[in-house]
Write a protein that binds this ligand. Sequence first.
Ligand code: FDA
Length: 310
Amino acid sequence: MYSGSKAFFFALSRSAMLKRLASRYGLATSESFASRFIAGETIEAAIDASRRLQSQGFQITLDYLGESVMTLEAAAVATREYERMIGIIQGAGIERNISLKLTQLGIDVDRATCVDNLRRILEPAARHEFFVRIDMENSPYTERTLEIFETLWDQQYRHLGVALQAYLYRTEADVRRMNELGARVRLVKGAYKERASVAYQQNGEVNSAFVRLARVLLDEGTYPALATHDPGVIDEVRAYAAAQGIARDRFEFQMLYGIRRDLQVSLLAAGHRMRVYVPFGREWFPYFMRRLGERPANVAFVLRALAGER
Ligand code: FDA
């Protein structure tokens, strides 16, 4: 069980002071640990990482790190950065696939502005055939995220997908809701500390929910993305797809940059589609804290790196 460390790192991830310090400290100086999970601070670094991954046969999605903005100005800056990114990615000729968070676009400040910001990104994205995935944040945002998704879907933004979290009890209904639309779902276990009133607390329960929901997505969904590094869960998903005769090009696996590269390579070698989530940017601290909280062994890794060992 990792829920204790998950709660601790979730609390750290929300510390504004630590976040500011981390951005000032910079990824370059903390190269030995944070850069294992983050492709760099600039879009150029992320493009280099993406080129390397694509040349090995992986697919990619680029995530400009940032979340929980508390002013409209900060949301506008993030929106402009995504618009700029769309142009740069096009020029670079890498795969056109991006992921973003609604708290980065101002959902906490003003919902209508957040939707406008998202539309500002989706317009050039649709024109240039990008796929845009809305990440799912903690449970206070679940319903709002899905409502915004549905609004834009109704406005014919169809190169748009969402993430759903297996640990939430509500997700079974949300999977059906998205399947009815024909929307593309990325299924994840869930990265935030949630209460027992809304989410499974035991790893075994979360894993069973993931497999159950993955089956529904494979049977009835639209090109689902099964995003986990858990070999046991992946084996169950593969066995189910094979037994049902579901072709390997009807779904994809996804993993995070720098995590379980061995498994990423072996799934690719077995003929599966494998997309790597490539995060970049100066606002890496909350993302990094969630990665530490998922795996206590990472903390030892960080401490060793701080002590100068490689
Ligand atoms: P689990 O945590 O059980 O780990 C299984 C194995 O993977 C571990 O034994 C270890 O080997 C390896 N591993 C996992 N995490 C590691 C880490 N941090 N460091 C080193 N090794 C690690 N969440 C969310 O709430 N909203 C979202 O939108 C997304 N988006 C997203 C996209 C993609 C592409 C992925 C892969 C994941 C997400 N997540 C997410 C995160 C997700 O919810 C979950 O927290 C992590 O994937 C870790 O859970 P696993 O499924 O890997 O299982």
